[in-house]
Design a protein around this ligand. Structure first.
Ligand code: ATP
Ligand code: MG
Length: 394
């Protein structure tokens, strides 16, 4: 058995960040900071940007599994590759490439050399030829430039060379914290965690707000929301969860409103409370996990009636055009699905009507609310908010 060459760094690539014009360095700096944050306590030595790439230098005892897991959740990265560094001379490149080639059997292969800003004297084509010939001689495998079973990537950057065989996919998107902040309504269900993930993927920082029915329902939905927020935190970088007691508001609504209007009235109050919280934390949008037509409360007339109470912020519904199967597929990939399907008591089923209005009319909703002291109910809910932060202690 030959010893496999030790990976001493990771070469990370980005895509969309690289397309940014004058703002590129802002996005790049944020991506570097987010990588450092995600890799804290994993034994990395240094993270730094070099032209077109980000290098994560590893220590002897870096935890490669945890590092690849964290990078796989770092928005902005298109791919990343555990690599071996080598002096940038042709003999060293050949020796390192042969070490890598001995790790796995293959019948066909290709060499892909690329130059960044490099002082290397040979062209990348010349490197491909020399290294390719050496691998062919050593392994007997044939060269196949388009479908090679195994690829030896060689990146020549500055006065160094990095070699790797495997490219791991990154999640794409834009670095967390580059797109302002949104407040997301997080239930314990399948959809809203996916909506948060979609927003985070576009670079938004997220504050989550969950409404629970205590004391009328048990604490299971709040626990569920906390588990979801904790699971989402590595994608979003960090996330605050605001737990809002909503049972009293619901009890008041029930006394004044026709049963079929309850769900939309609940939502209107959730939106008012969420907007007040959003303005408090400098957020610029509200987010829900609604998808058009999925349930009675998610029709266009009802969305319109719900949004009518939001005074200054856009209400974003990133899942509006997705069906349940698509949403579940993302939830599985993100890992929230298993949490969301655990049974829990959502506050919306509290006093839920047998049949909800699919076309709640504004005059009827406003008539029901006219009997209530709306600002006082909002204030009371806000006064009793509990805040939790994930990862805890951050
Ligand atoms: P989800 O799977 O996200 O619960 P759903 O299909 O069950 O969605 P609804 O229960 O109608 O849909 O909720 C629609 C949206 O309203 C949710 O995606 C979420 O953004 C918000 N929402 C519903 N209930 C709550 C709650 N208890 N706390 C915070 N937000 C909520
Ligand atoms: Mg729900």
């Amino acid at each position: 058995m030959t010893e496999t060459p030790k990976r001493d760094l990771i070469v990370a690539h980005y895509h969309e960040v690289g397309l940014k014009g004058r703002n590129r360095s802002f996005f790049e700096r944020r991506l570097v900071e987010n990588i450092r944050w995600g890799l804290r306590d994993t034994g990395y030595a240094k993270v730094r940007a070099i032209p077109g790439r980000i290098l994560v230098e590893l220590t002897e005892d870096a935890d490669l599994d945890r590092i690849t897991e964290a990078l796989g959740r770092t928005f902005g990265l298109s791919s990343f590759s555990p690599a071996v560094s080598s002096p940038a001379d042709i003999d060293s490149l050949v020796a390192t490439a042969l070490d890598l080639a001995r790790e796995a059997p293959f019948e066909s292969f290709r060499v892909r050399a690329r130059r960044g800003h490099s002082s290397f004297p040979e062209s990348s084509q010349r490197v491909n030829e020399v290294v390719g010939q050496a691998i062919k001689d050593a392994t007997g495998a044939r060269v196949d430039l388009s479908h090679g079973e195994w690829t030896c990537h060689i990146e020549l950057v500055q006065n160094r060379a990095f070699l790797y065989a495997n490219r791991l996919p990154g999640p794409g998107g834009l670095p967390a914290g580059t797109a302002g902040r949104a407040v997301a309504l997080l239930s314990g269900g399948i959809d809203s965690p996916v909506a948060i993930w979609e927003l985070a993927k576009r670079g938004a920082a997220v504050t989550a707000v969950h409404f629970h029915g205590q004391p009328f329902s048990d604490p299971s939905s709040a626990r569920q929301a906390a588990r979801l927020a904790e699971h989402l935190a590595p994608w979003v970088r960090d996330i605050d969860l605001w737990l809002v007691p909503f049972g009293d508001v619901q009890a008041e609504i029930v006394t004044v409103a026709p049963a079929e209007l309850r769900t939309v009235l609940y939502r209107r109050f959730m939106m008012r409370i969420a907007e007040a919280l959003a303005l408090n934390v400098g957020a610029e949008a509200l987010v829900t996990g609604e998808s058009l037509g999925q349930v009675a409360s998610q029709t266009l007339p009802n969305m319109r009636a719900i949004d009518a109470v939001v005074e200054t912020l856009p209400v974003l519904r990133p899942l509006v055009g997705r069906d349940k199967i698509e949403i579940e597929a993302i939830a599985r990939r993100v890992g929230t699905y298993e949490i969301s399907i655990d049974p829990h008591q959502d506050c919306c089923v509290l006093f839920a009507p047998r049949q909800a209005a699919t076309r709640a009319r504004l005059p009827e909703l406003e008539a029901a609310e006219a009997v209530l002291d709306v600002p006082a109910l909002v204030e009371k809910a806000l006064a009793n908010v509990e805040v939790r932060r994930f990862p805890s202690g951050s």
